[in-house]
Design a protein around this ligand. Structure first.
Ligand code: SF4
Length: 323
């Protein structure tokens, strides 16, 4: 039986970190067993905000792809590709009413938040439309997203309905595959964000990662070693919940609340848990870093497959639109 198709992507605007791993990549890897997966490095999306500083995007495409491969995405099971290698994406802008784009919640939010780039551009306003085109061009049946992206998928469904209304049934209305993202704050306890400098990159060297973990913020109630703490309000506790096994989480919980362990000890346990999970990937990453052309070959091969799928849809689109 033909499997349902999903599509998802990441912008190559920086190194991937633990938030990308637990918020998306782990899920993407699991979904490979169930769906026909298209995973895309969305470099055009990067241009919607970083159009004035494009240096480094190519390097970041390879770097992000290495993290994908070391996380367990398998090019033999999923199509891993680069968005800009498939030109069919830019087709839907003719039929989308402007207010549909202006009312997307992230548009206003990011306009207010991002100060380092002038976002008064056609490209930035059209960002959710480009995302819709990514989804529709591959006729994805579902899209794995976090709660903040649900409005974008709803827009995609509206665009699909509008197109189908004008020209006949071509696009499926994609479903939202809501990804349950575990609580993982930044290392300083604030929201995890590259711009706060509170992330741990997946490519971090073990000794650097150890230092970052050592400097993590803890429950402020633990001023002295003898003060009991509360792991529920400590970022180190949150990280243990995600990366440590049940026994370790129980030890942390008890030891913290009874002041039976110190924060330094607790952090080194966390570092051990992270290394158990990420250490073997770090070694694989180093191998791939020495063979960037192999990584590009995988993306080029995936992009070829994606072009075939997009071309098939475009033939249907042209036929339906009589153009
Ligand atoms: S013992 Fe661990 S969980 Fe408790 S406050 Fe210290 S670092 Fe946080």
């Amino acid at each position: 039986m033909k499997r349902s198709r999903i599509l998802s992507g990441m912008r190559p605007t920086g190194k991937l970190h633990l938030g990308h791993l637990v918020g998306a990549l782990d899920n993407w890897v699991r979904l490979q067993d169930e769906y026909e997966c298209f995973y895309c490095i969305v470099d055009w999306h990067a241009l919607t905000t970083h159009y004035d500083s494009t240096q480094g995007i190519r390097e970041m495409i390879v770097d992000n792809a290495i993290d994908w491969l070391t996380a367990g995405l398998d090019p033999n099971r999923s199509t891993l590709f680069i968005q800009s290698h498939v030109v069919e994406h830019a087709v839907l802008s003719m039929i989308v009413p402007l207010p549909w784009l202006e009312r997307v919640p992230t548009y206003k939010e990011q306009m207010a938040e991002i100060k380092e780039h002038d976002l008064h551009t056609y490209g930035f306003l059209g960002y959710p439309l480009l995302q819709s085109a990514d989804i529709l061009i591959y006729k994805a049946n579902a899209v794995p997203v976090g709660a903040d992206q649900v409005a974008h998928i709803e827009l995609t469904r509206e665009i699909a309905r509008r197109f189908n209304h004008f020209y006949g049934q071509v696009f499926p209305e994609p479903q939202t595959l809501l990804t349950k993202v575990p609580k993982l704050p930044g290392t300083d306890g604030r929201k995890m964000s590259k711009s706060y400098g509170n992330t741990i990159a997946l490519s971090e060297k073990p000794d650097v990662m150890k230092e970052i973990v050592r400097n993590m913020v803890t429950d402020p109630a633990r001023v002295r070693r003898t003060d009991p703490g509360n792991p529920d309000i400590c970022p180190v506790g949150d990280y243990h919940d995600v990366f440590s096994d049940k026994n370790r989480v129980a030890e942390v919980d008890h030891g913290c609340r009874t002041a039976g362990i110190g924060c330094v000890e607790c952090k080194m346990w966390l570092f051990d848990s992270l290394q158990k999970r990420l250490g073997p990937r770090y070694e694989r990453r180093q191998q791939l870093e020495s063979r960037p052309q192999d990584v590009l070959d995988i993306l080029n091969e995936g992009s070829k497959k994606a072009r075939v799928a997009a071309g098939e849809t475009m033939a249907e689109v042209r036929n339906a639109m009589k153009v």
